[in-house]
Design a protein around this ligand. Structure first.
Ligand code: FE
Length: 342
């Protein structure tokens, strides 16, 4: 019975979804249907500029990556989606491994390593997952690796968001890739034991918690610190100023990054427009716009990071092999559950 209901719901979504959402090209109107996990003001402005310059209207559906991937899977060839944008490449690789994406040839100026080798996705930006530490209470010489944060010397000092975050799932995947699943379990247990409080809020909330004395060490993406430092709200600026940025694992595999990228869906109804979109979003102009508005790292080799970001210095990047293996994500989620990491 449950199975029949599931089929019914699935076919209901498959039948009604596209009719509600699919923007038919009946007139000369050009459209691009975007499924996105990104949640930034900068996107809205960049999309508006894209429409102004190309005449292609963007229809945006925002949700978490897992939800968007399930939706693509259920909609199948009736999906209205042209592109899938995620905040981490592991999710794009998962969509790819499920046959939900297709290769396209876009003409871009990407840095090496920021395009899927099969051209199923193109990076839009990247962000480093770093250690933000309380400048007053932490001696920077005490910091070294992600692994070291499980050391009991950090008891009651660690602030980190929930394990449902793509960023944390991807970080743990990299730890499984590097150290194996048993070591990853120990690490997750150690972090849970060292938490200053139960995970809550986003990365910015972890930094604010340092500023209000709840903990000393937060694991966050760099652009959130950039957003705080450049906020109109003086309290946020103060929170941003209370922390130093430390790039972990520089003596070893390098610091973890989250690649936010654009994948072209298997059944994209407006495939030509997806290529225009990828080329536009990774153009020099728009990459500069992102660098100085969302404080992410540009993927275009002609564009430098914003001065706020550049001030943290260069760093060695983890080689990303983990992101090529979507099964690591499943393992990571299991490890988090077993560790009781909410
Ligand atoms: Fe984010």
């Amino acid at each position: 019975m449950r199975y029949i209901i599931l089929i019914f719901i699935t076919s209901l979504i498959a039948c009604t979804g596209p009719k509600e959402n699919k923007q038919e090209n009946t007139s000369s109107e050009q459209v691009l249907n975007v499924y996105s996990h990104r949640h930034y003001d900068a996107d809205k402005a960049a999309f508006e500029r894209f429409t102004e310059e190309t005449g292609i209207k963007i229809n945006l559906v925002k949700a978490g990556a897992d939800e968007l991937i399930s939706r693509l899977e259920m909609e199948g060839e009736n999906s209205p989606a042209d592109v899938l944008i995620t905040v981490d490449a592991a999710k794009l690789n998962r969509a790819k491994s499920m046959g939900l994406l297709q290769p396209v040839d876009a003409n871009t100026n990407h840095k090496e390593g920021f395009i899927d080798p099969d051209k199923n996705w193109y990076a839009l930006t990247y962000r480093a997952r770093v250690i933000a530490y309380d400048k007053d209470d932490v001696d920077v010489s005490e910091l070294s690796t992600y692994e070291d944060l499980a050391n009991e010397k950090w008891k009651n000092k660690i602030l980190i968001r929930s394990s449902s975050s793509s960023y944390n799932q991807s970080l743990l995947s990299s730890i499984i890739h590097e150290n194996g699943v048993e070591a990853a379990k120990e690490w997750a247990n150690g972090i849970v034991a060292n938490m200053a409080r139960d995970p809550k809020g986003g990365d910015r909330d972890q930094i604010k918690a340092i500023a209000s004395g709840i903990g000393d060490i937060a694991v966050v993406n760099t652009y959130y610190v950039g957003l705080l430092l450049n906020s109109d709200n003086p309290e946020e600026v103060k929170a941003g100023q209370s922390v130093g940025i430390y790039f972990p694992n520089q003596e070893g595999r390098g610091g973890h990054i989250n690649i936010s990228g654009i994948g072209v869906t298997k059944y994209a109804p407006n495939k030509e427009n997806t290529i225009k979109f990828i080329e536009y979003m990774t153009s020099d102009d728009i990459q500069k716009f992102y660098a100085s508005n969302s404080f992410e790292y540009p993927v275009n080799k002609n564009v430098a990071p914003d001065s706020t970001v550049a001030a943290w210095g260069d760093f060695k990047i983890d080689d990303l092999d983990y992101a090529k293996n979507p099964e690591l994500l499943d393992e990571a989620i299991k490890v988090f559950d077993e560790a009781g990491w909410n």
